[in-house]
Design a protein around this ligand. Structure first.
Ligand code: E4P
Length: 214
């Protein structure tokens, strides 16, 4: 499972890129707003830090507008992937962009049916939202587990990005499901690094080392 960072905060991305664990990045209009900067400022900086896929989302909701925005976004850097919402106009845009060789990430996916349509329209990536399904009492991770099976059965080339990841249990289930990618917020990545026995064990090793010098 490849790790993407789900943030538009360049400092956070730099910190984790230094550990060599970040393969790509996903952003959305909410994450851009949270960064306090504009998409035009943030995306080039992220693309310079991370050579892998960096998703930047369109704002238009009609096919023509999305295609126009996408063509501009990919001029920023070679690794920009255009994030398109899973709506009728979005899937039309994905088809056009795929024919032009522009990579897309179909976002706001909440069902197997939507995932199938996204893959068939030519999306490079599809992003099911785990946490938001959990929020309405469904099992978001189960959707991704099912998607992995379906995509393998039909040998779809579209990669699955598990999105809306909220906790370590989500990450564990995504790994076990064999999903291609999980896009993980910084807070959860920090939790993944930590284990109380690591801290305790390290403190004991240091104590024993100091004692051995006496
Ligand atoms: C990433 O592609 C998604 O936009 C993001 O994971 C959504 O996460 P949220 O449901 O926590 O806002």
């Amino acid at each position: 499972m490849k790790i993407f960072m789900d943030t538009a905060n360049v400092e956070e991305i730099r910190e984790f890129a230094d550990m060599g664990i970040v393969y790509g990045v996903t952003t959305n209009p909410s994450l851009i707003a949270k960064s306090g900067r504009t998409q035009a400022e943030v995306i080039p900086e992220i693309c310079a830090l991370i050579p892998g896929p960096v998703s930047a989302e369109v704002i238009s909701q009609d096919c023509e507008g999305m295609v126009k925005e996408a063509r501009e976004l990919v001029k920023i850097a070679d690794n920009v992937v255009v994030k398109i919402p899973c709506i009728t106009e979005g899937l039309k845009a994905v088809k056009i962009l795929a024919a032009e060789g522009i990579k897309t990430n179909v976002t706001l996916v909440f069902s197997l049916g939507q995932a199938l349509l996204a893959a068939r329209s030519g999306a490079s990536y599809v992003s099911p939202f785990i946490g938001r399904l959990d929020d309405i009492g469904q099992d978001g991770s189960k959707l991704v587990e099912d998607m992995v099976k379906v995509f393998r059965n039909y040998q779809f080339k579209t990669e699955i990005i598990a999105a809306s990841v909220r906790n370590m249990a989500h990450v564990d289930r995504m790994m076990l499901a064999g999903v291609d990618i999980a896009t993980i917020p910084t807070k959860v990545l920090r939790e993944l690094i930590k284990h109380e026995l690591t801290d305790k064990g390290l403190a004991k090793f240091m104590e024993d080392y100091r004692n051995s010098l006496k």
